[in-house]
Ligand binder design. Structure first.
Ligand code: MRU
Length: 351
């Protein structure tokens, strides 16, 4: 296979944009049927967009929250310039509480709070600069991870990915999908298998759509077909993102990731986790300490408002799981790759 770099990998989708003092969000609940945007101007609206998953994906919700903080500061200053800081502080917990598992949300809001503390007077310009920096740094990190991760994919032909980790889930380009974009542009892989990602269907609704926008061949499989796919020899690597990585290398990611990791190990395949260092939570010792979000049972019991399960059926709907670090072949970050990650190697990476 030709391994020469061609043109820059295509990347035409943007989940989060700041325009004319407002936050424009591609409403991911409607994809792929409709491409429609929400234009948000208050903290409450941004918190609701994150909670209801109009915007989703760990880095993207951190970026949306950062712009939400700018909207909060603007409103607070408009109402009461003398006491804007107090009102601003009251608004941040609303954003923080929108979703519990992705640490990027807390990380981005900590940065916004620190920027606010440095402001002597009118805060909005400085806070917008900080939010824009968070956004741009994320996209740059994704390109760096794309280059680092693609190096591992020589001669693998095809990969399996889970959930959506692309431009829809980040500032742009994507984490796992960034590696996939880069590897595809370098002719290292020629197709991508995406597991549908029950119950919210990030794989079939979002990843398939996003890859189609960029003309990267994608083949969907049911989540339950993944072990069989791996056994068939059609994929060389499983590549996923992360919502939070504990200090010992345990990975919280979309429900179903753990099963993919166990299956990859069983079949002797590589299991790659791609995440910026902002996803590493050094204050959380291991996966057991990570809060796993549970969402409403209707996500399982119904689809698009149509009841699938019998009327009295109950459902348990954890939307993330923990993959033990020892199942990870390589953790790819913008600061470099960590093979067989553990507490010591992660400490060294963050130093
Ligand atoms: O519930 P979601 O869609 O927000 O979950 C997203 C994921 O689990 C992604 O894999 C993760 O955020 C990494 S995205 C770069």
């Amino acid at each position: 296979m030709n391994t020469q770099q061609t043109e820059a990998p295509a990347d035409n989708v943007r989940a989060v944009q700041w325009t004319d003092g407002r936050l424009k969000i591609l409403d991911q609940r409607l994809l792929p049927a409709r491409v429609d945007y929400l234009v948000l101007s208050t903290v409450e609206e941004v918190a609701a967009a994150i909670r209801d998953m109009a915007v989703r994906g760990a880095p993207a919700i951190g970026i949306a929250a950062a712009y939400g903080a700018v909207l909060g500061a603007a409103r607070a200053w408009e109402r009461q310039p003398d006491t804007w800081r107090r009102e601003f502080q009251r608004q941040l917990p609303l954003l923080l509480a929108a979703r519990p598992t992705a640490v990027n949300l807390r990380w981005a809001l900590d940065r916004m709070q620190a920027a606010a503390e440095r402001c002597q007077a009118y805060p909005v310009d400085a806070l917008l600069r900080e939010a824009t920096a968070i956004h741009q740094e994320d996209t740059a990190a994704n390109h760096a991870m794309g280059r680092i991760g693609a190096e591992y994919l020589r001669n693998s032909r095809a990969v399996l990915t889970h959930c959506n980790t692309g431009s829809l889930a980040t500032g742009g380009f994507g984490t796992a999908l960034g590696v996939i974009r880069t590897a595809y542009s370098q002719y290292l892989i020629d197709t991508v298998y995406a597991s549908e990602t029950r119950p919210w269907l990030q794989g079939s609704r979002l990843t398939a759509w996003e890859l189609q926008q960029d003309r990267i061949p994608v083949t969907l499989v049911a989540d339950s077909a993944a072990a069989w796919l791996m056994q068939s020899g059609r994929v060389g690597w499983v590549i996923v993102g992360a919502d939070r990585i504990a200090a010992n290398g345990d990975v919280a990611n979309k429900i179903g990731t753990y099963a993919h990791a166990v299956n990859a190990r069983h079949h002797g395949l590589g299991f790659m986790v791609v995440a910026p260092v902002s996803t590493i939570d050094a204050a959380t010792a291991d996966g057991k300490a990570i809060e796993i979000e549970e969402r409403k049972s209707s996500e399982l019991l119904e689809y698009a408002g149509i009841r699938l399960a019998p009327a009295e059926a109950q459902a348990y709907n954890p939307v993330f799981d923990i993959t033990p670090g020892h199942l990870v072949t390589v953790l790819v970050t913008e600061k470099g790759a960590v093979e067989a990650p553990d507490a010591e190697k992660i400490r060294r990476l963050l130093r």
